[in-house]
Structures are given as C-alpha cells and as structure tokens.
Design a protein around this ligand. Structure first.
Ligand SMILES: [Zn+2]
Length: 426
C-alpha cells in the first residue's frame, strides 16, 4: 500500500501549472453552512472570492464580485469570432458542509500501483471505497491527509477555468466566442442558482465544470420535489384510549408503509426514481415527515405526487378529515428535457471530448446540478467532469491526468464554440 507525500507534490507544482493553481485555491476554507442566514452562507467564500477577483484582474480582465459574493467576468470574442454563440463557464466556490475544508493538507501519490493508499491518519483509500480508483493505476493522485475533504469539488473546476483565462491571454491560437465566467456561492446547500440571473448572464449556452470521474458528461438530472407531511393525532390518557386515541406516530408509520418499499434511494439505481423520508419528528399528538421525491420523467413525478395525495386521502377517510396534510414543493427539473432540444450543442461537446482524446460517458445524474435550474431558466447547461473522485469527504482525491483532461476538454469546448456561428443555426 502506498502513502502520499508533499515533496512529490511540490515537484509536480513546478511542472504542472494547473496543479499549482489548484493547491493555491484549496488553502482557502470555503465550506458552506445550511444553517446560516447570510449570503454567502460563510465569510470564507467572500474572502476566497476577493482572492479570485484579484487573480483574474491581475491577468488583465475586469471581473466583478456582487453583494452576494458571486464573481462574474465577461470576455469579448477573439477577432473574427464575434458572431459565435456565447458561452458561460461556471464553477462554485464553496465546499460541502459534510466535512471540514479548513487546513487541507494535500499529498501526492506518485505512480499509483493499484493496491490502495494509506492516508496520514490511517484511513485506507482502496477499490472498496472507490471502484474507479483502479482506472488510475500509473497515474499521480492528489489525496488528503484523511482529516478534511480535498476541495476538488469544485476548486478543480475553478482551477481549469482560471488556467484557461491565463492561456487565453498568452496564446492567441485559442480562438473563442463571447465568454462569461461565473463563480457561484453556496452550491452545496442548493442555493447557488438563486443568486444567479440568467438574463444578466445573457449567454446562448452554459457549461458547469463540476462533475466527477474522467469522461463524464452529465446531460440529465432528476426532477425533484420536497414534501412535508403533517399528521395530527388525538392524545388522551392511555386508560381511556380505547377507540379514541389517534396516535400520530402510528399514522405516520401507516403513511410510510403505503410508500413502495422498493422505491427508496437504497433500492433503486439507473433510471429509477424514489421516495425518501429523511426526517421524522413528533409525538403521539403530532408528527411531521420530511421527504424528497425524485424521478427522471415528468409523468413519473406526477404519479408520485398523486400517490402522496391518495395516501393522505385514504388516511383521512380512516382517521377523520384534516388528520393528514401533504405540502409539496418544487425543487428542480430535469435538464435533459431542455438539453435534448439542443442537439447541436451536445454534439459539439461530444466532439470536444474527442478532440481532447477523452472517451465520453454520458450520464444521468441521480441528483441535481446548477444546470438543472439554469437549463430550465433558459440557459442550457450540461456538466463536465473535473476528474475528482469521492467528493464531500476525507477520501476525496484527484487523479492528475484526469484533472488535466478536464482542462483540455474545456479548452476544446471554447475553441469549438468559436466556430459555431450565431447566424447559421436555426
Ligand atoms: Zn460541486
């Protein structure tokens, strides 16, 4: 089993500018906080944004940071590419609240041999933890010391975009159409797109650089609803409970028992949707269930919402009107329904993967991305890989070859877009 070290990482920094940028970025603690009432949810994101702003403007651009901490940069097209379709590149500044992102101490495993990696604190990263790891035998892999996440989600994405901004300045041969760069806040707590204005971004297409394994191209996401089920019981002394008491906990149990037991996150995969009760609180007199509902299709989602209504009706017939009430809330919609109307753009992305010598793996995300909301607000935005694996925890790692391929794909997308005239398309 191999261990990582910092000496090899320092050496790599000297020859790999993308890795150098990445290591600078992960020195900032930008963990978001779902309990916070501030925007952005943590001051670390503001500080990080200020740093990014100075990096970008030092390159000779004029980026802006708005009151919410979001960074936006508009770049004019290269000479001769003014009529190309406009493209927005997006990545998020925060890291997941699930794990510490402070004092990240990255290490490098050089030439991974395939037999697992022991992190400094004794945790073992191997094929059991991460199936994809075996694909990176022979590659160099950036790891944590086992006490924090790595921050590749999504500072690997930001690194690729910064590296591109640098290269656009020094290399005239990277032709590009009108570009917008957005670094968003609070993506990990589901709020990033609430602070973005698709009209102000004003682009034909978008790409988030926020995916995981090498080759992944996310072209669809779930449709998503949340639901809160309130159950009113009738609490009386147990001595006189016979045919009188309505135990809200028992009714909550009945409600859950009527949900299909084979349609939960742990029993579904691929195209299958689910119901997920993730929180239950209450007493015999009052109970509240919190759940999320996921489905790739609109008719499928409609059926799921109808089932919730039907179950509450049945229980209300049995226990009395007003016993059970269900409130559903729209969360996000499948971006695939929007993207399939933009076949030319998807073909351009496929070609860009090919140009970068990366085999494309088209993926339906069993979750949402910023692209779910952006696409449905009029900015078709698929998601490309960063190369990072096991995000949101101490096993997070970044195979260096895959990371560099993410940059290559991004560069080819920008170059191919430059050839895509605004006028020719429908
Ligand atoms: Zn992310």
């Amino acid at each position: 089993m191999q261990k990582g070290n910092t000496k090899d990482l320092d050496n790599l920094c000297g020859v790999d500018p993308l890795v150098k940028i990445f290591l600078d970025l992960i020195s900032f603690d930008t963990k978001s906080d779902p309990e916070s009432k501030q925007v952005p949810s943590t001051v670390g994101q503001l500080r990080f944004g200020a740093y990014l702003l100075s990096c970008i403007n030092d390159l000779g651009y004029k980026a802006k940071q708005d009151g919410n901490g979001v960074i936006t940069l508009k770049i004019e097209a290269s000479k001769g590419c003014e009529s190309a379709k406009s493209l927005c590149l997006l990545a998020h500044m925060d890291t997941a609240p699930d794990c510490s992102g402070a004092n990240i101490r990255p290490r490098l495993v050089k030439n991974y041999q395939g037999n697992g990696i022991e992190l400094d604190n004794g945790l073992v990263l191997n094929d059991d933890i991460c199936k994809e790891l075996r694909n990176f035998t022979g590659d160099d892999i950036i790891i944590t010391d086992g006490n924090t996440l790595l921050g590749a989600d999504d500072k690997a994405g930001i690194s690729c975009i910064l590296h591109l901004l640098h290269n656009l300045k020094i290399n005239d041969s990277i032709k590009h159409g009108p570009l917008t760069v957005v670094f968003s806040v609070d993506e990990e707590i589901g709020l990033s797109t609430t602070h973005l204005d698709v009209k102000a971004i004003d682009c034909d297409y978008g790409v988030t650089v926020d995916g995981t394994a090498l080759g992944e191209l996310d072209v669809a996401t779930f449709n998503a609803y949340g639901a809160i089920v309130n159950i009113k019981g009738l609490s009386v002394h147990t001595a006189v409970a016979y045919k009188t008491m309505k135990n809200a906990i028992s009714i909550a149990n009945e409600f859950m028992a009527m949900l299909p037991s084979y349609e939960t996150p742990e029993t579904t995969q691929g195209d299958e949707g689910f119901f997920h009760v993730h929180n239950i609180e209450g007493s015999s007199s009052m109970c509240k269930l919190k759940m999320i509902i996921r489905d790739f299709t609109h008719p499928g989602m409609e059926k799921r919402l109808q089932l919730l209504t039907r179950i509450s009706e049945l229980l209300n017939e049995k226990y009395g009107k007003g016993t059970v009430s269900v409130k559903t809330t729209f969360q996000y919609a499948n971006m695939g329904d929007v993207l399939k109307e933009h076949k030319d753009f998807l073909n351009l992305l496929r070609k860009s993967y090919k140009d970068a010598k990366v085999s494309v793996i088209e993926n339906k995300v069993r979750g949402g991305t910023d692209g779910s909301n952006l696409s449905n607000q009029g900015l078709p935005t698929p998601n490309i890989f960063t190369g990072a694996l096991n995000c949101h925890g101490p096993y997070e790692c970044l195979p260096v070859g895959a990371f560099n391929k993410s940059y290559e794909v991004l560069k080819h997308i920008v170059m191919n877009m430059a050839k895509k005239s605004n006028k020719k398309e429908k």
